[in-house]
Design a protein around this ligand. Sequence first.
Ligand code: A2P
Length: 267
Amino acid sequence: SLDASNQPDFAIPTGVFAETVTSIEHYTDRLFKFRITRPASFRFRSGEFVMIGLPNAEKPIFRAYSIASPSWDEELEFYSIKVPDGPLTQHLQKIQPGDTVLMRKKPTGTLVNDALLPGRRLWMFSTGTGIAPFASVMRDPETYEKFDDIIVTHTCREVAELKYGQDLVQALKADPLVGEMAHALRYYGSVTRQDHDHTGRITDLMRSGKLFDDLGVPPITPEIDRGMICGSKAMLADTKAVLEGFGLQEGANNKPATFVVERAFVD
Ligand code: A2P
């Protein structure tokens, strides 16, 4: 807990950044976004994650969070689930501007342009908070330099959970840095537990071909298409199998290939 002056109850552990919350937006009772100050010395590649914690215990609990802001942004943005009894998020969901958030110093991750071989079209497949790393990648000019056609898919249970991504794509089109390039970006939102213009799991939409028909693109091939996947463990496994069915192969930082995978934050 933080005291009335928002000062940490416990000493800041060594080797971590202590940053200040600048803004918070709650989307649903399960989802919120927060932004913090960025340490001057902190560098990362768009798509990477960091370990985040709160100064509310002598040994704070840290959890992996994808950085949702692009590498050029002067603040850092995160998109989080709220789990009522989640070790970190039960506290994190209550933060206010001015509060302190801890961040370990080393960013890492595989959802980065460097882990993919060059290609023509980039697919970013996300469910739930799995859109966070793509919020970073889609705001990075490098993405538009590397790919001619960029498609981000976001599948959630309910329409209200799509808002973060929809707002982002809309704001991007007006962004002074990437707005002009953003005509290459297409967004495909679908929901699985309500009516909407697109419904269904991304895996089913690919297997049936409906996704490709709706977007007016041919089915995925290793000659043209590259993929990034971020979601739950089950979603990763199933989406990976679909991409492998199209002939794509999983890559890593030290071995670039045609798709990469990373699990979205859990609790
Ligand atoms: P569904 O409603 O059919 O379970 P969650 O909040 O559970 O992580 O789910 C987020 C979205 O991901 C939901 O739309 C959910 O669909 C979908 N989803 C869950 N599991 C998978 C999977 N194995 N493959 C593809 N999509 C999935």
